[in-house]
Each structure stands twice: as C-alpha cells, then as structure tokens.
Design a protein around this ligand. Structure first.
Ligand SMILES: [Zn+2]
Ligand SMILES: [Zn+2]
Ligand SMILES: [Zn+2]
Length: 287
C-alpha cells in the first residue's frame, strides 16, 4: 500500500506559480540533500488472540470488514497470531474485536511510535544542536538529542541518544553513514533485561495499554484489579499464570522463566534472520 506521506504539493505550487527562481533553486538543493522518500507499506503489529470459541465465525466476520486476502492467522501450539496487511484494515479489525469482546493483545502501530536510536562515532566536541540540525536537514524530525554520559565516571562519550517524532521515514535512519564528515553508526539502544509483564492480564511480552484480555488479579488470579482484591493476608496467593501459590509477578514463577527463555529464543531468531538478510544484500547483483 502506498505510504502515508503525501507529496509536498504546497511547496511545488509556490515554486511554479510565482516563478521565484531563487526559491526553486533552494528547493532543488534541499531535494538533492534529502534522498527521495521511499514509499513504505506500514505493517501493522500482530494481534495475539486467546480463547477463540469459533474461529470459522471470526474468519467470516473478518472477511466482511476487510478486503480479500487482507488478514492471515498463524496458529501454533502456544499462540494464535492474527496478521493484518494494512493499517486501515487493522483499525477496523481492532474495533470489531473490541465490540465482539474477544480476548487479545496487540502493540502500538509503528508509524505512531517515537523512535529512540543511538548515534555512535561523533567527536565529543559535537554539540547536540549540531546533530539535531543535521538530522532535520535530512528530513528527520528530531524531538530530543542528548549526549550519553558514562554512568560511573560522568565522562562524556562519543554517543548520542536521538529521539525522533513518529514517522514512516524513521526506519531509514539506520542507513545513515556520515554526519559532518565523521563516520557514524546508528544503532538501537540496548534493550532492558527484564521481560515485560502486563498489569492487566499478567501475561508476558506486552503491556496493559494494548491489552484486551480478561483482567486477572496479580494476587489471587481473580477477575478484578488488585486494588479491589479481597484476599486476606493469611491466605495463599494464586498465580494467574501457573496457578502456583505465589503472586503472578514473582520472578521465580515457572511462567516467568519460560517467558525469559522465549525472549532469548526470539532474539536469537531475529539476529539470524537479520544476518540472512545482510547476506542476501551482499549476494544480489546491482540493479
Ligand atoms: Zn495483558
Ligand atoms: Zn484478587
Ligand atoms: Zn506462577
């Protein structure tokens, strides 16, 4: 599907209409500096579903609200994953699932997410404003640029955190190779070590913001928020994940261990597929 970015009509009109050559020239230069915006198809995040009573009926309903071939289920022994092709269909499907009270969780749409990256390789004399200006000139929308300081020594490092406003162009920032004649590497910041746990359903790998699963109490596994919990102090806790006699957020829970293992496995797979993609790029001939 065509990307969300519309061509900058207003700018074109200005340069044509008044015949302002200076302005046209300036625009040409900017055009040269800013590489042509690729049209992205923004892939919506997957929707993980639970306890589907009748999948045939769900498929039938989804066919009615989306176009042919717009969705696909990937079912394994541990999860039911629903993938939607376009953001528009994704929004329709989410609405339907909410109204029909399905249990599911999903994630933020990528084009609505701000992006944080680390820019490595700039001399410590570089000011955050300089990097910010450079990125703006290349068509990015930096929200905040800050220098990374060593947590113990307090020494300034040749690293910057860059926060970009949400936008389809953000993904190209990893291809940035130089800033002000200095070679740079753009990387993802280190991910936190802990697995995320949802405060609504107590499941792992997602947060409560996009969770529409049943509420489970962290103390007694009941269908209520922990603030409404009536479990007495002297009665044993019940884990919503493994039914053991501990609160659902106990790190020693077998479900927590399993979630940690899964995350490691996923990361390994992601690294393998990334390496494979790089190899394909190297092998494929120049167009
Ligand atoms: Zn949840
Ligand atoms: Zn409770
Ligand atoms: Zn447990």
């Amino acid at each position: 599907m065509a990307g969300k970015r519309r061509p900058k009509k207003s700018n074109r009109k200005k340069s044509k209409g008044k015949g302002n050559k200076k302005q046209a020239k300036a625009e040409d230069i900017v055009q040269e500096l800013v590489p042509a915006l690729p049209t992205f198809s923004i892939t919506p995040p997957p929707i993980y579903m639970a306890n589907i009573a009748n999948i045939k009926e769900l498929v039938k309903n989804l066919k009615e609200i989306t176009c042919e071939g717009e969705f696909l289920f990937r079912i394994t022994s541990v999860s039911v994953r629903l993938m939607i092709k376009t953001p528009d269909s994704y929004k329709e499907v989410i609405e339907h699932l909410k109204v029909a009270q399905y249990e599911f969780h999903t994630f933020k749409l990528r084009d609505r997410k701000p992006l944080r990256v680390v820019v490595r390789g700039l001399h410590v004399d570089t000011k955050p404003e300089e990097l910010e200006k450079d990125l703006s000139e290349r068509g990015y929308m930096p929200k905040d640029v800050s220098r990374v300081v060593h947590p113990i020594t307090g020494k300034e490092l040749p690293l910057f955190y860059v926060d970009l406003e949400p936008g389809a162009r953000n993904r190209t920032i990893y291809e940035l190779k130089t800033v002000g004649c200095q070679e740079v590497h753009v990387e993802k910041p280190r991910q936190r070590r802990e697995v995320v746990q949802c405060h609504r359903c107590q499941g792992y790998g997602h947060t409560r913001n996009y969770c529409h699963r049943l509420v489970r109490c962290v103390r007694c596994a009941g269908g209520h928020d922990w603030r409404q919990c009536e479990k007495r102090r002297d009665s044993a806790a019940v884990c919503a994940n493994c039914e053991g006699d501990h609160p659902a957020n106990w790190r020693g829970c077998p479900a927590h261990k399993e979630a940690r293992k899964n995350r490691k496995r996923q990361r390994r797979l992601a690294l393998v597929s990334k390496a494979a993609k790089c190899r394909v790029k190297e092998v494929s001939p120049e167009p």
